[in-house]
Design a protein around this ligand. Structure first.
Ligand code: ATP
Length: 223
């Protein structure tokens, strides 16, 4: 039997929702794009599988679209918090398997979690944090949150690390962080020799508690 390819519905076609919809379509997924603003719908008609104009706070309209048959529904309504919450409740009631909702602020996020959103995302907040992080620590190329306490960071070897090896740097004992891998010349090395000196463009992939990673970033921060 052919493997079921996930089907997505995106509600709210602002900058965030439309970019999620476009990317999924480009990746070959079936996407239903919904907005109550006909112009926004029109912009995506030739991009996604189906684009329809509907009010997502209208339960009957959502039922008629067969919304519960989609594997994942993304609610990307930002400004109208009431519409975002009502939509999430309706989707939950209709039995949608996975609901991902964009939150406008922390309180909105809390409500969404309480009413059963499977994942709440804060794109503006997260992108702001990313940019700020990068301004303070230009060596940090990537920051992946594993949980609220732990992250993985990709850090270009700061000048103070170059010429030294992992044994000398002793990141595990000093910062309670683990170097998972070292990327060199585009190659990921997950068993990088402890006695191999680090070079200029090496990228360290490090896992640890957020406070310890921040301490490590601060110690090695360079202007
Ligand atoms: P972005 O930052 O992603 O551009 P935003 O956070 O400013 O978006 P809005 O523009 O408020 O969010 O909402 C995104 C889209 O959601 C808009 O195109 C709007 O028409 C649509 N929308 C709002 N309420 C509803 C609703 N009840 N049903 C369907 N679509 C809706």
């Amino acid at each position: 039997m052919a493997k079921h390819k996930k089907q997505f519905a995106i509600i709210g076609l602002g900058r965030f929702g439309s970019s999620v919809a476009k990317f999924l379509s480009e990746m070959g997924y079936e996407v239903l794009a919904i907005d109550d603003n006909a112009e926004r719908v029109q912009d995506l008609v030739n991009v996604v599988t189906h684009a329809v104009s509907a009010d997502s706070t209208d339960e009957e309209a959502m039922r008629a679209l067969g919304i519960r048959n989609f594997d994942v529904v993304v609610v990307a309504i930002g400004e109208n918090i009431q519409a975002s919450i009502l939509t999430t409740l309706i989707l939950k009631d209709l039995g949608v398997g996975k609901i991902i909702v964009k939150a406008q602020n922390e309180l909105h996020g809390k409500v969404l979690n309480k009413i059963g959103a499977d994942k709440v995302v804060f794109p503006e907040r997260d992108m702001g944090l990313r940019v700020a992080h990068h301004l303070i620590s230009p060596n940090i190329m990537e920051h992946i949150e594993l949980s609220s306490d732990y992250s993985i960071v990709e850090m270009t070897a700061p000048s103070a690390m170059r010429g030294k090896n992992l044994r000398q740097l002793d990141i595990r004992a000093k910062y309670q962080c683990n170097v998972l891998a070292v990327k060199r010349d585009g190659e990921m090395n997950i068993s990088f020799p402890a006695d191999e000196p680090l070079c200029r463009d090496d990228v360290l992939v490090i896992v640890g508690r957020n406070e310890q990673l921040t301490r490590l970033e601060q110690v090695y921060a360079e202007p």
